[in-house]
Design a protein around this ligand. Sequence first.
Ligand code: PGA
Length: 297
Amino acid sequence: MCYDTLYEAVGLTAIKYGPLHNAFPDPDNQEDIMEIVVKHDYEEMSRFAAEYIASFIRKKPDCVIGFATGGTPIGTYKELIRMHREEGLDFSNVITFNLDEYLGLGIDWSKPYSRDQSYHRFMYEELFCHINIKQENVHIPDGLAKDPEEFCKSYEAAIKEAGGIDLQILGIGGDGHWAFNEPGSSFDSRTRVEKLNKQTLDDNYEAFFRDAGFSREDMPRYAITMGIGTILEAKNIIMLASGRKKADIVARALQGPVTNEVTASAIQLYRGNAVVVLDEEAASRLVMLTGNAARCC
Ligand code: PGA
């Protein structure tokens, strides 16, 4: 079955719900809504997310996009690459700011991609090398910065200088984190160095670092991350999650109490246009109320 469904969630106070046609926002017309779009599987989720991002770029070719790393957005990036190649989707004026980078890692072209676990390398391999983005428009936190604290301040300043982030792409970690804002991070936190918690280290070791030849002890334990406060200032948000292992944490973030123990629950405080794109497995623990909208496509 192929469908889009907007679920009206329980227990959310700060969010209004809007009709699905708002899923493709006008970049200059910021609204205060959250939409939850459920797609059948990862491929459909990725195609929807890519179309959403592409529609944004077509409407505002010089937009500022916040990019995310991790397993979840890879399918979306593949589809954006296809759209660039086959449909001429133009990234030449797009400005990018990535969410995070491991402290101590930077791009190392002398290594094969499978051994270079920097988020710099991820972004170039999974997206930037395959589209017409300008190098000078790409911003990724510098995990090798001599003075990381100073770097974090300059990153915040660069985001402001660019006019703020028009569209922030987000995943959600197994511990509910947004970017590397681990449980306990303040909702008004800014770009900073963050200590990674055990679950994140375990998840990322299994997903990435083990196969790259790292021992569990050798993997980076700190990261530079945009803060929750920084993310909440984005004008639009698109959050992606896929798979059954995300189902509980997605339900806690979207429908549970707003708490900095699940930093993605900050989405409930977000004042802007947020769209959450899930596959059926990731949506399987949401409390679904009938009502707002459901349509076949
Ligand atoms: P994942 O990571 O996409 O690899 O599940 C998401 C995140 O940590 O934000």
